[in-house]
Ligand binder design. Structure first.
Ligand code: SUG
Length: 444
C-alpha cells in the first residue's frame, strides 16, 4: 500500500489585511495597520503550491472563508442592512470589524489535526478542526473549516471527521501547528503532540508574557478522538521561555518529517526525554535529531526568519528538501546555518526558497500555509479531485485571483460594502472551480 503526503494549502482570501490581532505573534504586531496586497498574497501562495506540485508532490487547495463574517457581526449586535452593519462596526468597534474580516483561515496548519489511517484504530484518516479559542478572529473558523474538509475528504469509508473540541481555554487547540508525525520506512507512525501549558496540572510551567495557545488537555483529547494509543503518541511541552520570545506555535521552532526532527535547542522543556521516547516508540528507524544551537541561530533570528516554519518534504527515499521563506536567505546567521545543513550528511539535502512575504508579515510562513495529509493510494483516490492542483487548476486560480482581488487593502477599507460583494462573488465562483457545492453561509 503506497503512502503519500499531500499538502493542502489555504488559498489566501480577498480580505487579507494587517490588523495586529494576534498578541504573542511578533510579525502580526509589527505590521498592524499597514496596507496589504491581497492579490499578491494569493498569487504568492499559488506559486508556492505550483512549485511543490512541480517537485512531484501531491498538492491540494483549501478554499478561504466568507469574510466579512456578517453573521458574527450581527450576533454581536450590529444591525440594519449589510452596509449599515459594516459602518456601525467600523465606527464603534473597528477591532471587531477587523476580526470578522480576517483572512486568517489561509494558515491551514491551524485548520485541523490530521491522523493518517496508518496510525488510527479504525484505519481511517481522522480530522479534528482546531477550535483556535485563544484568538477571537481565529475562533470563527472551525465550523466552516469542518464543512470544507468534509467536501474535500467526503468518503466515510476512508475519512472520519470530528467536531472541534469544546470552545474553552482548557481545550485550546491550534491543530497541526502543534503536532508532528514521524514514521519509519514501513510507514509505522508516531504522533508528536506539543503543548504550551496544562489546564489541570499545576506542575507544568506556563509562559509569563504571551499566551500558550495549545493545552495538554486538548492534545490528549484529539489523540483519544483519533483512536491513537500510548504506543504511537508522544506528548511533550514547548519551552515557555520561547513562547515569551514570540514562538506562538510549535511550528515556529520545530518541524518533523519521516525520521527527521529539526528544531532549536530551546524548543522543548525536556529534549532528552522526548528523544528517548521517540526512539523507543519508533524502534525500526534511525532517527535524525537535528538540533540548531543558540550560538548558531539565536531564537530571535529563528522567529524573524521562520527557519523552522519550513516545509520538510521527501523528494526520494532518504532525500528531503527544506522549503524555506526568502527571509531565511536574508538573515545572516540562518543563511550560514542552511549552507552548512546540506553538508551535514542528514536526509535534508537541499533548501529551496519561496517568497510568501505577504503572509510572513502576519506571522505565517510556508509551513503555516499548509495542512499535511498523509494518505494511502486508495485514500488519495477518494479525495475530491477538483481540489488537487495541477497546471490547469493553477492557471484557473491565478486568473480567478487576478479578476477578483484588490491590490491594496488598508484597515479602513474593511468598512467598504463593495468589498463584501466582491468577496462573495469571488467565493461563489470558487465553489464551482473546486466543486465544493454550497459551503458558505451566504450561499445557504
Ligand atoms: O494565528 N496570524 C496567524 C498566523 C498563524 C501562523 N500559523 C502557524 N504558525 N501555523 C495567527 O497568529 C494575524 C492576523 C492579523 O493580525 O491581522 C494572524 O492571525
Amino acid at each position: 500500500m503506497g503512502n503519500r503526503e499531500a499538502n493542502f494549502d489555504g488559498l489566501v482570501g480577498p480580505t487579507h489585511n494587517y490588523a495586529g490581532l494576534s498578541w504573542g505573534n511578533v510579525a502580526s504586531g509589527q505590521h498592524a495597520r499597514s496596507t496589504s496586497n491581497p492579490r499578491q498574497a494569493a498569487l504568492q501562495g499559488l506559486d508556492k503550491m505550483k512549485a511543490l506540485a512541480d517537485l512531484g508532490l501531491v498538492q491540494g487547495v483549501l478554499a478561504p472563508q466568507e469574510r466579512p463574517d456578517m453573521a458574527t457581526l450581527r450576533r454581536l449586535g450590529f444591525t440594519g442592512s449589510d452596509s449599515q452593519v459594516l459602518d456601525q462596526a467600523f465606527r464603534e468597534e473597528p477591532l471587531l470589524l477587523a476580526a470578522c474580516c480576517s483572512a486568517s483561515a489561509m494558515w491551514t496548519a491551524n485548520a485541523a489535526t490530521v491522523s493518517p489511517g496508518a496510525d488510527t484504530q479504525d484505519g481511517r484518516v481522522h480530522f479534528t478542526p482546531a477550535n483556535l479559542v485563544n484568538k477571537f478572529h481565529r475562533s470563527l473558523e472551525h465550523e466552516v473549516t469542518g464543512r470544507l474538509l468534509r467536501r474535500v475528504f467526503a468518503d466515510e469509508t476512508y475519512f472520519c471527521h470530528h467536531p472541534a473540541l469544546p470552545a474553552h481555554e482548557d481545550f485550546g487547540d491550534e491543530g497541526a501547528a502543534n503536532h508532528n508525525r514521524l514514521h519509519d520506512d514501513n510507514n509505522r507512525g508516531l504522533e508528536l503532540f506539543v503543548y504550551g501549558r496544562s489546564a489541570h496540572r499545576p506542575d507544568v510551567p506556563a509562559p509569563r508574557r504571551y499566551p500558550a495557545r495549545q493545552t495538554l488537555e486538548a492534545s490528549r483529547a484529539v489523540a483519544r478522538l483519533h483512536g491513537l494509543g500510548e504506543h504511537n503518541t508522544v506528548f511533550t511541552q514547548q519551552n515557555p521561555a520561547v513562547i515569551d520570545q514570540g514562538v506562538f506555535h510549535n511550528d515556529v521552532i520545530a518541524v518533523g518529517n519521516g525520521n527527521v526532527l529539526f528544531y532549536h535547542q530551546q524548543a522543548f522543556v525536556d529534549t532528552p526525554a522526548m528523544q528517548d521516547e521517540i526512539r523507543r516508540k519508533l524502534p525500526d528507524t534511525e532517527m535524525h535529531f537535528i538540533e540548531v544551537r543558540d550560538d548558531e541561530v539565536p531564537v530571535a533570528d529563528a522567529v524573524s526568519s521562520y527557519l523552522f516554519n519550513t516545509q520538510l518534504v521527501t523528494l526520494a527515499p532518504g532525500h528531503m528538501a527544506l522549503i524555506a521563506p526568502t527571509e531565511c536567505a536574508e538573515t545572516p546567521s540562518v543563511k550560514r546555518y542552511l549552507e552548512r545543513l546540506t553538508t551535514m550528511h542528514t536526509p535534508i539535502q537541499e533548501v529551496r526558497f519561496m517568497d510568501v512575504k505577504q503572509s510572513m508579515q502576519n506571522g505565517g510562513g510556508p509551513a503555516c500555509l499548509r495542512l499535511r495529509v498523509a494518505m494511502s493510494d486508495a485514500e488519495l483516490a477518494a479525495v475530491n479531485p477538483a481540489c488537487l492542483l495541477d497546471e490547469r487548476l493553477h492557471q484557473r486560480l491565478t486568473d480567478w485571483v487576478n479578476r477578483h482581488y484588490r491590490d491594496r487593502l488598508s484597515p479602513d477599507d474593511l468598512r467598504d460594502p463593495a468589498l463584501l460583494t466582491e468577496s462573495r462573488t469571488a467565493l461563489d465562483e470558487l465553489t464551482q472551480l473546486l466543486a465544493l457545492g454550497s459551503v458558505y453561509p451566504f450561499q445557504r
